[in-house]
Design a protein around this ligand. Structure first.
Ligand code: 2AM
Length: 500
């Protein structure tokens, strides 16, 4: 039995696990750590001899569990999927009634729902917590999205609030400047209870889906500057740096400015010009899109950003097609400065649509899974720590403060006026891209979403006619109440039209 019991334990010492453990210890909590490969644990503990709370490493899982205060709180941060199940299976026999297991990995929310149920049946409590912000976030303050048993959440809340990123009380801006042993004190924590069972991991997944959209939209902006205006990567980077001082102020725009201006150590040119254009992915954007398809939510812009990665990945096929297929030669004259502003506005409007889709998806999911999500709070905790952190999220929070049941962000007065102000430029950019053969899948998808969402009448009347023609699927009528279904015997193709 160790002399001093730990406040919390963590299993899985890859970089995320190590950084989260150091973050927890920096806030004065004593933490026990365990890793399947013992050497990793030993190295980690040896390299960090003096943390404010203290790190205690264990080579045996049983000793690790015995080192924790009751009710025990164990964070799992291992490879999502089979890795998490393997650790849970080993942990469960060692734990006691009321102990708490917290999965901080990128779990699929369906797995979290399953695990919560299975552990509850054994008298254990389970929290599935989204952790966003990458390695840096884990070390100095991530955005945290805990879901699961509420009483269990209350027991981890002091730790979660302590280690989360912090934003300023009044401006909502992230508080920066944390260093090892010197965490940020004060401010509003970017962590809140999201809801039961899989809610936290679902919301984290939507965060990632939105992140896919943001990244692709930024890439399209860069592509337009490079391909239509002939700008160098460095020149594009300077534009992004300028954009980062306005409504688009965000982590992703900030790092884009730096990435584009980064010189290649091997050639002295701009590094992005040498990076192969094939995108990878870990699947959360796909999960978001699959969930949207399953629930019938038109999150087309987010899905387009996943497809954009897929088409980038078939590089060899594209190289072959480029030799065969033709298109217009890019040619844009006119006011460069005005066109750059138009790209800015196109990005801004597309971003509003993408977030509108993400929040609509969460709204639908809460019905499907019987959660009550607080959208203002979700926007609030995304203001700091996470990859999509942005000034913009303060505006989304304010929109949900004005109307907690807002059906679509586009209907909020602020966002409506912003789209009104910027949409002419947005349309001009999508048109120019299309006329010049530059692909802008998310910009154009967002614009179609906007125009579809505001359309009183879509051509689905014809579609219902087609469905009734070949499959007798019936249709409703514009001159009859909803819910009354009609069918006619359509003429066979080639037969004369029926008399009225
Ligand atoms: P390892 O160091 O022993 O490989 C990321 O892969 C983290 O998850 C690592 O800490 C890794 O442990 C751990 N991990 C992956 N699969 C695991 C499993 N099946 N059981 C326990 N830990 C696992």
């Amino acid at each position: 039995m160790p002399e001093q019991l730990s406040d919390i334990g963590l299993v899985g010492l890859a970089v995320m696990g190590q950084n989260l453990a150091l973050n927890i210890a920096d806030h004065g909590f004593r933490i026990s750590v365990y890793n399947r490969t013992t050497a990793t644990m030993e190295k980690f503990v040896a390299e960090n001899p003096s943390t404010p709370g203290g790190l205690a490493g264990f080579a045996s899982l049983a000793d690790f569990v015995a080192s924790l205060k009751r009710p025990r709180r164990v964070i799992i941060l291992v490879k999502a999927g089979a890795g998490t199940d393997a650790v849970i299976d080993q942990l469960v026999p060692l734990m006691e009634q009321g102990d708490i297991v917290i999965d901080g990995g990128n779990a699929n929310w369906n797995d979290t729902i399953r695990r919560e149920k299975a552990l509850k049946a054994k008298g254990l409590r389970f929290i599935g917590s989204g952790v966003s912000g990458g390695e840096e976030g884990a070390r100095f303050g991530p955005a945290l999205m805990p879901g699961g048993d509420f009483e269990a959440y209350k027991e981890i809340e002091p730790v979660w609030n302590a280690i989360a990123a912090k934003v300023d009380h009044t401006t909502g801006k992230p508080l920066t400047g944390a260093a090892p042993g010197k965490p940020i004190v004060g401010g509003v924590p970017c962590s809140t209870y999201i809801g039961p069972d899989g809610a936290g991991h679902y919301v984290k997944m939507c965060h990632n889906g939105i992140e896919y959209g943001d990244m692709q939209m930024i890439c399209e902006s860069y592509s337009l500057m490079a391909n239509l205006l002939g700008m160098s990567a460095g020149e594009c980077g300077k534009v992004f740096a300028e954009w980062n001082t306005g409504v688009l102020d965000s982590f992703l725009i900030e790092i884009t400015a730096d990435i584009l201006q980064q010189k290649d150590p091997m050639t002295g040119g701009f590094l992005v010009d040498y990076i192969l254009d094939t995108a990878g992915q870990k699947g959360t954007g796909k999960w978001t899109s699959v969930s949207a398809l399953d629930m019938g939510v038109p999150a087309a812009t987010i899905a387009e950003s996943v497809f954009a990665r897929y088409i980038s990945a078939v590089k060899d096929e594209r190289m072959a097609a480029a030799k065969i297929l033709t298109g217009p030669k890019a040619n844009v004259d006119g006011d460069r400065k005005a066109f750059i502003q138009a790209i800015h506005d196109a990005l801004y409007c597309s971003k509003i649509c993408s977030y509108a889709q993400g929040f609509q998806l969460m709204r639908e999911a809460q019905k499907e899974y019987h959660w009550t999500l607080k959208f203002g709070e979700i926007a609030m905790i995304w203001r700091g720590g996470c990859i999509i952190r942005a000034r913009f999220l303060q505006k989304i929070k304010e929109a949900f403060d004005r109307n907690a049941t807002l059906a679509n962000l586009l209907l909020d007065p602020y966002f409506k006026s912003e789209v009104d102000r910027c949409q002419a430029n947005w349309r001009q950019v999508v048109a120019a891209a299309s006329l010049n053969g530059v692909p802008v899948p998310t910009f154009s998808s967002a614009l179609s979403y906007y125009d579809s969402y505001r359309a009183e009448r879509l051509p689905a009347n014809l579609l219902q006619g087609q469905r009734d023609f070949f499959g007798a699927h019936t249709y409703e009528r514009t001159d009859q109440p909803r819910g009354r279904f009609f069918h006619i015997d359509w003429p066979e193709p080639g037969r004369p039209q029926l008399e009225a």
